[in-house]
Structures are given as structure tokens and as C-alpha cells.
Ligand binder design. Sequence first.
Ligand SMILES: [Zn+2]
Length: 363
Amino acid sequence: MAPDQPADLSQNAIDRVVADALAAFAAAGTSVELKAARLAHAGERSPLALANRSIGTIPGPERKDAGQRLGAARAAVNAALTAREDELGAAELARRLVEERVDVTLPVEVGPQGAPHPITALMDLMGDVFIAMGWEIAEGPEAEAEWLNFDALNTRPDHPARSTTDTLFVEPLASHVLLRTQTSPVQARTMLDREPPIYIVCPGKVYRADEFDATHVPVFHQLEGLCVDRGITLAHLKGTLDHLARSMFGDDIETRMRPHFFPFTEPSAEVDLKCFVCHGASVGNPDAPCRTCRSQGWIEWGGCGVVNPRVLIACGIDPEVYSGFAFGMGIERTLMFRNNAADMRDMVEGDVRFSRSLKGMAR
Ligand SMILES: [Zn+2]
């Protein structure tokens, strides 16, 4: 029926329209079907809406009756629509509650939990030993000035470590920038920056032009420490290293200092750990050789010494007033000793089985 045609507004006609609408609503089995039925029977183009618009064309007395009939019809249709909407909504909700039921007592599939890499965890753990003693963590750039990496640390220009076969330089060579071969330039930076007393540890990545094999990787991690204060002696160094060793390897561990040479310390020593496999029993005992210490009884852990006065002077500190000690050790090496990680390649290849095997090692 077009809006410009006169509508049949007799009670019979209206009853038919209402009956059609109610039948359509009842037949709609889903809310989508009901929406279509609503558009057809109660929408703007529905017979009832069109009839409503034609009321104005009816002469006076009949108009009132027609209006009342139409009003009652629209009310009936709307009531039926609302009731059906409620019915279907409740039915659909009930069905979804059944279909989407979740059994909260079922075991939950949890994704694998991440964790810090063992190297990172151990580096944090070693740093914590010093933080507990009131030291600070210091950090510096990995691409470092050659002067800070070598000259400030009393390394002569002809020292073999400064060659391109040992050290990775950043091009152009004239920029004198290299990938730091040790974390010691952080110590130099700290001494240049501030006044003693200085108590810092510098954990971080270092680079060497090394082979990649079971005991060498070209990128590895160090922890170095530096203390500069009044009246610092070798005894303070020994006590500090013993404390770190006990924290890392347990109270039974023994250390020893073996004379050595480093340009930045004088006197210098290498610090060894008593072999924790044979406890020295393999020494001079060919019947029970020890692979870990090669029957030496001791294994090398790191280097240390009293800060060379020339380094203090290069960094603007008066060696007549202050003295200090420094030490450093490889994190990978510490992990090897501490957790029986025999092959350094496992530490860089990212196989999660390696990290899992050391899960929780840091605490
Ligand atoms: Zn041994």
C-alpha cells in the first residue's frame, strides 16, 4: 500500500494487519528473524505506519474512530513485539549459557613463563653482593674511546692487546673508538667524574677478537670492582674477594692470590679458587687426575690488584692521599664454575633448555 493511496481503516482490515503481525512475530525463531518481522510489521513502511499516515485524509467524525482503532492496533502489535523479543532474548541467553559454559575447575593451560638468562641472573646476583655492602653499580658505553679503554689504564701504545687482531675497532680507525675489551673504562670514567671515596662495581658486556669455541666467545660479560678511598690496602682486596667467593660458591670455598702483571694495578695478582671437584687431592697424585683443575688444585677466576698510582693520576686523583684496589672476573667463567656449565657456547646459543636447566639458580 502506497502512502498516497487511501488506506482501508475498517476494523476488519486493521484486525487482519494485526493478526499478520502477531503471526510473523510468533513465527520468528531468532532475534534476527524477529528484527525482519519488526521492520515489515511495525517499521516505518509497515501497513500500520502507512495507515497511520493516511488518517489525516479521513473526514472529521470518522477520523477519531479510525485513530482509536489504529492506536489500539499499534499498541497490540508493539506489546506482542516486546513480549516476543523478551522470549527470544531469554531463550538465546539460556542457550549461550549452556553452549559457552566454562568449567572453572578444569586445569588451566598456562603459557611458558619467561625468566632472565642465567648470565643476566648471575650478573644481578653478583651486583647484589656489593649493593648489600653499600657499593654502587656503574655502567658505561660498549663503544668506548680507545683512550679510556687503554691509555687511562696505563696500557702502553705498543701493548699487543691494542692490535686489531685482539681488539674490535670501530671504523674509521682514526676515530679511536673500539668495542670495549673490559669494563675497566667505566672505572676510569667514574674516577674522572667524581671524588673519592669510590666503591663501584661495573657489570657488562665486553668484546674481544676471539674464536668461538667451548671456552671462548667474542662477546662475554665481566664484573669489575673498584674501590678508591683513604688507607685502602691489599688486605681490603683480599677480604672483598673472599666475601664474593663465599657468596658465589659457598662458605667452604678457598681463594688464593697469585702474583701477575696488569698495567692498571701494582702489585697485581690473579685470584684462584680451590678446585671444588678434587679440593686439591689431585695434586701430585697421577692415580686420581682432575680434569677441572688439570690436577693443579686451583682454577683461575679473575684478576685483581692495587690501583696503579699512574692510573689515579691519569684520572685526576692524588695518589699521595688515596689508594684503591680493583678486580674483575668473567661472568661466564663464574657460571661455569658455579653451575657446572661446561660449554660457553650454550650460554649464547639461546637454547631454552640451557636456561631451564639453571632455572632459579639466582636465588
Ligand atoms: Zn681439581
